[in-house]
Design a protein around this ligand. Structure first.
Ligand code: ASP
Length: 407
């Protein structure tokens, strides 16, 4: 049986057992909840090394880009800006749709006591005075900053000096992905154990907020694709948005069904080259880089989910904290692997960056596959839009008759 099916069964079983225990949440809280806590601790265990290693490697791949100069700059600029837009759309929808309404979980005193830092403090704190302290304390923004510097620094060195460093972290990142996969093996039990007490304390009404999360993510993905990508393609290329979407449809559909941008890459490259006339040079640079560092759908999803978790735990996120989410999700997407479910692990990083309880990850885990389908499609569409735009501004696109904007 597939893992996602098992996780879904875990969620359903948790809901059913939770409903059976509705009148008596004490049993769920004392016997089942600790297993869930153990699962959360497992996720917590890998967060810091995972972010550090995967971002160093991600940043190193950006560092390579300097050899490509202008094209590299344009591509990365476009990737970061659109990702920023995506997470903002996610946050807006989270504020408007309010998916967490109707579900309330009391938070631990430890979380409640945390005070929101001001915007200025957050900005100043992005650069760690002592990076090791940032690592020990799990300060996400500081870890991200430090990792980006390390990655870029390492690629700026002559190959024989920088390579061993990057190889080590590449290997560490692989080990972390492996451990993540192992932890995900017990996710069905973890999700069951975390959902049961929630349903037992809240009753069946707990399901409506989850449906709202799905709605918010799908609406957000549609808005992002139709508004941001369409406009960008329209402004920077001679391809009509309709022609663009028709051309990249095979890639979007493959992404939707495989939930892996990396796995979709061959189809993405083929669609962009054959259907939209992008040159080999641009496609083979922009798209693999995008599959590695550009995750608009994931960032959007993290915006929605962060607000959902905050609402469920009754925590008000200040504007400054929402700004922190934008930064963490945008920069964090660089370190998100283009494989199924990677965004869920990175969600814990976004939650941690503003002091939200990681238990929220478990609420999402049961529906994550459905969300992954939408976000991976957007991740891939984002990459293809960059390919046509960069190609167009570099005169590396072969327009065909039917490409006119009137199509
Ligand atoms: N599955 C996504 C991708 O491959 C990453 C994620 O889980 O958000 O792009």
């Amino acid at each position: 049986m597939k893992l996602t099916t098992k996780i879904l069964i875990g969620l359903l079983a948790g809901v059913i057992v939770g409903l059976l225990l509705t009148g008596n949440p004490a049993i769920a809280n004392s016997f089942i909840k600790p297993v869930g806590t153990l699962f959360i601790n497992l996720i917590r265990m890998i967060i810091v090394p995972l972010v550090l290693s995967s971002l160093i490697v991600g940043a190193a791949s950006i560092g390579d880009v300097k050899t490509l100069g202008r094209i590299g700059g344009k591509t990365i600029g476009y990737y970061l800006i659109t990702t920023g837009f995506a997470v903002t759309i996610g946050l807006l929808l989270g504020n408007i749709i309010h998916p967490g309404a109707g579900l309330s979980i009391p938070m631990d005193a430890e979380v409640a006591a945390k005070e929101a830092p001001s915007v200025i403090t957050t900005l100043l704190n992005i650069v760690p005075k002592n990076p090791l302290k940032g690592l020990v304390e799990g300060n996400m923004l500081q870890i991200i900053t430090f990792a980006l510097f390390l990655g870029i620094g390492a690629t700026s060195l002559p190959e024989e000096k920088g390579k061993p460093f990057i190889s080590f972290f590449d290997s560490l990142a692989e080990v972390m992905y492996k451990i993540t996969a192992l932890i995900m093996q017990v996710a069905p039990i973890g999700v069951f154990a975390l959902i049961t007490p929630v349903v037992a304390s809240n009753g069946p009404s707990v399901l409506i907020p989850l449906i709202k999360v799905i709605a918010a993510v799908y609406i957000g993905c549609l808005i992002h694709a139709l508004l941001v990508y369409s406009s960008a393609v329209k402004i920077f290329t001679k391809i009509s948005p309709r022609k663009f979407f028709r051309g990249i449809l095979p890639a979007a559909v493959t992404a939707f069904s495989t939930t892996s941008s990396s796995g979709t890459l061959p189809v993405t490259i083929k669609s962009v080259k054959e259907n939209l006339g992008v040159s080999d040079k641009i496609a083979s640079f922009v798209l693999p880089l995008g599959a590695t560092i550009n995750m608009d759908g994931t960032a959007l999803y993290q915006g929605v989910c962060a607000l959902f978790v905050a609402q469920v735990y009754g925590i008000d996120l200040s504007l400054g904290q929402q700004g922190t989410i934008i930064l963490t999700a945008t920069l964090g997407s660089i370190g998100t692997a283009g494989v199924p479910g990677a965004g869920l692990i990175m969600l814990s990083i976004v939650l941690q960056s503003v002091g939200l309880p990681l238990e929220g990850v478990a609420l999402i885990a049961g529906i994550d596959r459905v969300l992954d389908m939408a976000r991976t499609s957007v991740n891939v569409i984002g990459d293809t839009s960059a390919a046509v735009i960069v190609a167009s501004t570099e005169n590396e696109i072969e327009y065909r008759d039917e490409d006119t904007k009137t199509a």
